[in-house]
Design a protein around this ligand. Structure first.
Ligand code: PHE
Length: 494
């Protein structure tokens, strides 16, 4: 055992005790010798030294009896039985009627009771006593008892103690612990020249670390296992944090972000993607069409190309959908139903430059709100356009993304979208179940050729809220947007 294990207060106390190594130290002596005011310091240091086997503590608990409120009153005004007794002795006619004149009701009743126990009797409404000296003595003894308080319980007459214990608030019991400290052999062996007090450091500062002072310093210990209050500071909404995390992942994977408007035309939202104009998803009950702007004009040449493709398949070798193509329908204003409306426009503007783009943004569909549906939600959209881009690359990219999100088990299944071939559904394993999180595929020639897009385009669109439900462990999508403060405060950092 070396003095390094000791804190300053322990060093000081040990050094003090070594000055008289066989002494039994009382608290006041320790305080004097160590020059301390606060007994808690001495007790703490003594405990620390005892833990290390350097001192032995002996504790005795003594119970002291003190005057209570009624006891103090009795001392200053006289015991009730004494006052009644004086009245009895000096009264010409110590009758029941007279006592009620001399004392108030709340005193007369209990007072008579006390005196009766001491030997007073009532005969025909008159008090008599045939052993006055006995009563005198008993009352005197009671008065003495109270006068001599406080005193240790062991020094007091047991019967008297019991008597006053039964009288409300006459006496109080106070336990106190008396400790003494003695040096053990081990404590005596510590070289007193090692018992040097060092500076106590509460806070580590850059200055302290730069100087040499930290080498000699003593550091205040912190108990890191103690419970602490969680500070309630401002923080991002979990959805915002999730979006940030997704952004980081795509940026890390070499993608650039597209940020675009949600007011769009049916032409870019659907026609460009070879979604037939009579497709059920284009109906009013599924899509929010706008009153203002009801129509947004599009360049004729683009619409001509879509018209060609839709009616006949153009030069792509496709047969198209047949039927008529309406440019009016193309120019209808709507709230985008998917973010593919933005990636396709990016490609139309940059048809030959290979790219990797993503967007995380809001889309709108006329859905009834329930546990898994909202009319306003977000998609995580992405494209890769480059020479030789293929299905394997698409699957790997999606797997990488979900792996970085913390979901290493990903699988794809065949699916159908009018604008991709092949088309995939992406599923992620969560708590033992496969959950569908989005769609993907390679854009069809009916989509890429009219826009002059040079290379194959891998594309995907995934639900952000679905992913959030996995990350936050929710079974109701609405929880994300009801601004439940308690819930928001307790969300993990994403
Ligand atoms: N746009 C599709 C949807 O909203 C997802 C998708 C995007 C599918 C790109 C294939 C390619 O569900």
């Amino acid at each position: 055992m070396v003095a390094d294990n000791l804190v300053n207060t322990e060093r000081r106390m040990l050094k003090a005790m070594q000055s008289q190594s066989t002494k039994v130290w009382a608290l006041s002596e320790i305080l004097d010798e160590c020059d301390w005011q606060d007994q808690a310091i001495a007790v703490g240091a003594g405990l620390g030294l005892a833990d290390k086997g350097m001192v032995e503590i002996s504790e005795t608990i003594t119970t002291e009896v003190r005057l209570g409120v009624q006891g103090q009153l009795a001392l200053s005004e006289g015991l009730l039985e004494a006052r009644l007794w004086d009245w009895f002795k000096s009264s010409d006619e110590p009758s029941m009627a007279n006592i009620q004149q001399a004392f108030e009701r709340h005193e007369a009743g209990p007072g008579i009771g006390l005196l009766k126990k001491l030997g007073l009797v009532v005969a025909d409404g008159i008090f008599v006593c045939d052993n006055e000296s006995q009563v005198n003595e008993a009352i005197l003894a009671r008065q003495n008892f109270l006068t001599n308080l406080p005193a240790s319980v062991t020094e007091l007459d047991g019967d008297m103690l019991t008597h006053f214990k039964n009288r409300r608030n006459f006496i109080e019991f106070i336990d106190s612990t008396t400790r003494t400290w003695t040096l053990t052999a081990e404590g005596g062996q510590i070289d007193s020249s090692l018992l040097i007090e060092t500076t106590m450091v509460n806070e580590i500062t850059p200055e302290l670390l730069q100087s040499e002072a930290w080498k000699e310093a003593e550091f205040r210990r912190f108990d890191v296992t103690l419970e602490s209050a969680t500070p309630r500071t401002g923080r991002s909404h979990p959805m915002q944090s999730l979006i940030e995390r997704i952004r980081h992942i795509f940026l890390e994977m070499g993608f650039s972000e597209i940020v675009e408007d949600y007011v769009q035309t049916a032409g870019w939202n659907m026609d460009a993607l070879f979604i037939p104009q009579d497709h059920p998803a284009r109906e009013m009950q599924d899509t929010f069409y706008l009153d203002n702007p009801q129509s947004i004009s599009l360049p004729s040449d683009v619409m001509d190309k879509w018209s060609d493709i839709h009616r006949t398949g153009g030069d792509t070798g496709s047969t198209g959908w047949g039927g008529e193509f309406s440019k009016e329908t193309s120019q209808m204003g709507l709230l985008r139903t998917h973010t593919t409306v933005n990636t396709i426009q990016y490609l139309a503007e940059n048809p030959s430059q290979p790219c990797r783009m993503f967007t995380v943004d809001r889309v709108f569909r006329k859905e009834a709100i329930d546990r898994t549906h909202l009319p306003e939600f977000h998609q995580i959209e992405g494209i890769i356009m480059e020479e030789g881009a293929n299905l394997q690359m698409l699957v790997t990219t999606l797997k990488t993304f979900y792996e970085k999100m913390g979901y290493p088990e990903v699988r794809v299944r065949p699916a159908y979208f009018p604008y991709t071939e092949p088309s995939l559904e992406i599923e992620v394993k969560w708590r033992g179940k496969w959950l569908e999180l989005g769609g993907a595929g390679i854009f069809r020639p009916e989509v890429t050729e009219p826009l002059g897009i040079k290379h194959p385009v891998l594309a995907w669109g995934m639900g952000l809220e679905r992913l959030a439900m996995l990350v936050l462990g929710l079974d109701d999508i609405r929880q994300l947007y009801i601004s439940d403060l308690e819930w928001l405060r307790n969300q993990p950092l994403i």
